[in-house]
Write a protein of this length. Structure first.
Length: 331
């Protein structure tokens, strides 16, 4: 008879060339935790990069809508301004951060609620409060979505901006509520394909809601700026233009004089206000600009024979004596 020998478990050897496992004495559990931590950091960094991309697109879109609204109030097309992506970003970065702050605040509130629900869940799977929340939270989500629709119909500026965000919050809460409901003993979980389609659809709708809210915000801000513009014309920087050739600027409040410069006539224009500088051009309005009759003058920033002077004398009266009027050409 052969003696039975007890089988010994194989010894676990550290992989060759892995100094971390040999020197540090990490257990398999510690190594898996380290890998999980690194994976979590990578995912967090990727999420930040993705959010920065979305935020940049949101800023550009906000700046474009706002500029388009303001240009329409001036009576010109936004494309005439020739703004670049940098122009849109600089004009929207201060205002549009309200939306990400609201989203971040909502996310923190969700984290607090989720932690509370998990603590209740640890009391027992049949905890009455936890089961009640998991079973009926979807009704609260539907109510929030309906509230967003009602806010969009109210007509106030604040509700006009908030309505898409409230609808997006309702959709996210609905997705969360369905996940909670899936842990109930009598629940039927979604199939993997159905769950993926549900998450993707809600992600698209939430992104649309975010851009929709940014559009409404930009429209409101652009309209408010346009409505206040007539009262702000007198506060804009004054600008005087000297040219070797007549520029034929005809606008309410603009006057032209013709001083002599070394025997040559120079054409001097006063009564202009600096509005914008984009695309290599100055955009100017006149002292007498009104919504009924307003002229926007476009002059190149760098042009031979043209000089610009920015002055603090808004009316130009203090310098009027320096420039004689132009002589009328004989007909």
């Amino acid at each position: 008879m052969q003696a039975a020998t007890a089988a010994r478990p194989p010894e676990t050897l550290a992989p060759a060339g892995d100094p971390d496992a040999a020197d540090s004495g990490d257990t398999p559990r510690e190594s898996s935790e380290t890998r999980a931590l690194r994976g979590g950091v990578v995912k967090a960094l990727l999420a930040v990069v993705a959010n920065v991309g979305v935020l940049t697109a949101l800023l550009v879109y906000f700046g474009w809508v706002r500029s388009d609204r303001f240009a329409s109030a001036l009576g010109i097309d936004e494309a005439i301004l020739g703004m670049t992506v940098d122009d849109y970003l600089r004009r929207s970065v201060q205002s549009v951060f309200i939306l990400p702050l609201a989203a971040a605040g909502t996310g923190l509130a969700w984290v607090a609620f989720d932690q509370w629900w998990r603590r209740r869940r640890r009391l027992g799977e049949d905890d009455r409060v936890a089961v009640l929340v998991a079973r009926w939270l979807w009704t609260v989500a539907v109510g929030i979505f309906a509230l967003g629709i009602v806010l969009g119909l109210v007509g106030y500026a604040a509700t006009f901006i908030a309505a898409p965000l409230v609808c997006a919050a309702g959709l996210l809460l609905l997705l969360y509520a369905l996940n909670l409901r899936a842990v109930l003993p009598d629940a039927t979980p979604f199939a993997p394909l159905t769950d993926g389609v549900l998450r993707g659809s809600i992600a698209v709708l939430v992104a649309i809601g975010l851009f929709w809210s940014a559009t409404n915000f930009a429209m409101v801000e652009g309209t408010q700026i346009a409505q206040a513009f007539p009262s702000r014309v007198s506060q804009l920087p004054s600008l005087e233009v000297d040219s070797a050739e007549p520029l034929d600027i005809v606008a309410p409040g603009v006057s032209m004089s013709c001083p002599e410069d070394e025997g040559r006539t120079r054409y001097h224009y006063r009564g202009l206000k600096y509005l914008e500088s984009t695309g290599g051009n100055y955009f100017l309005v006149s002292d007498g600009w009104t919504p009924d009759y307003g002229v926007v003058v476009i002059l190149p920033m760098t042009s031979e024979g043209i000089r610009y002077t920015f002055v603090r004398d808004t009316s130009g009266a203090a310098r009027a004596a320096e420039y004689p009027p132009c002589e009328e050409e004989p007909s």
